[in-house]
Design a protein around this ligand. Structure first.
Ligand SMILES: [Cu+2]
Length: 143
């Protein structure tokens, strides 16, 4: 939220952002590489969702359903959810998910500003394997 950022911090954030832009000038392969799901997710299906729709500023429930190669729910995972916007000077928001049914994880995530968000699911399976999933949430509406 730009409004709450002091002038000095905003300047520092802008400088960091120009660094990121310079990195973005590297071959496109590098940029698209980060968005690909990790190889470890091969045998795991992740179905993510968000409600209610349309997404507005405030608390939204973000969910993911984890199943294995034989469509059985993957229970006992730890799922942390992170929300980021793509502009500088804004802190990410986090929430820990609760498993409300086997393989079903849901977390209340606080969208603090209208615009385009990226939601990351940081998933740690009960055997310690880690999986990352990204869900784009575009056009969050201001109230
Ligand atoms: Cu923002």
């Amino acid at each position: 939220m730009i409004a709450g950022v002091t002038r000095g911090r905003l300047k520092a954030a802008s400088q960091r952002f120009s660094g990121v832009l310079m990195l973005a000038a590297l071959p496109a392969v590098v940029a698209t590489g980060c968005r690909k799901p990790p190889e470890t997710s091969g045998a795991i299906a992740i179905e993510e969702s968000i409600a209610p729709l349309p997404v507005r500023i405030g608390t939204e429930i973000v969910s993911c359903k984890l199943t294995n190669a034989t469509h059985q729910p993957i229970a006992g995972a730890r799922v942390q959810v992170e929300g980021d916007m793509d502009h500088p000077g804004m802190a990410p928001v986090f929430a820990d998910a609760v498993e409300d049914a086997p393989g079903n994880y849901r977390a209340p995530l606080q969208f603090t500003m209208g615009g385009d968000w990226v939601v990351l699911f940081h998933i740690t399976l009960s055997d310690g394997r880690r999986v990352e999933r990204q869900m784009d949430v575009k056009g969050v509406e201001s109230n």
